[in-house]
Design a protein around this ligand. Sequence first.
Ligand code: NAP
Length: 251
Amino acid sequence: MPDMTAKTVVITGASRGIGAAAARAFAAQGANVVLLARDRDAVAAIAGEIGPRALAVPCDVTRYWEVEAALGAAVTAFGGLDVLISNAGVIDPISDVDAADPEMWSQAIDINLKGVFHGAHAALPLMLQRGGGTLITVSSGAAVNPIEGWSAYCASKAGAKMFTACLNTEYGARGIRALGLSPGTVATDMQREIKQSGVNAISQLDWSVHIPPEWPAQALVWMCGPDADPWLGNDISLRDPDIRKAVGVGP
Ligand code: NAP
């Protein structure tokens, strides 16, 4: 695992699930961690449990000004920004296109796609002035596979995947490492919502097939080191047994 001592890592969607596990995993490797989400009590509780090298900042990633202010708070608290994990995401609306609520469909794009742009746009000046940084997007198999009832999710994740590739194209030569993590199915609230929907084959999966959120959290830490450089501009799949072995998780 890369030594994250004194590095500052901002994680969006850190109030539960993969984001909360990532905050704990980065802190365990010595990083300062900044936890962003809308649920201020939840991020405050996790940051409090991690200790003085953790900061909780209430933030809705759909509002650019909140994201910019949150990254500013990270720099004020810890002196810089080294890594941004764009993890905040929603699955809703789970619905066929003709029945989907247009407001909810737009909201999914605002969170899953525009939220990633907001983070990168605010982080890039802070990283470039210090010679570089890492921008990781939490992606999905849905970025490359059409899935029934998930048009907003699939379209937003496909957009975020392409956006991450564009970041690598534009900034790769300037010290910015941009790449994505496709975690597979993970036992979080998002999978609970999917199961409850009863729509498509993923909702029918047995709960036991989902991996714990600590696995993608560990992968995100690993991706901050040079071993992940061959995937810059692309997604790393945690379904890949070689990746699991490299990260040190799973069978
Ligand atoms: P989760 O448990 O539902 O957590 C989602 C997180 O996103 C929460 O912390 C939530 O916090 C945050 N969030 C949602 N809307 C937000 C907004 N507008 N602004 C800021 N934060 C927001 O889901 P998860 O499974 O951990 O998902 C994390 C990421 O992994 C997502 O990008 C998801 O698409 C991806 N992923 C998950 C799976 C899976 O099987 N679970 C598979 C592939 C990819 P608040 O509600 O407090 O704001």
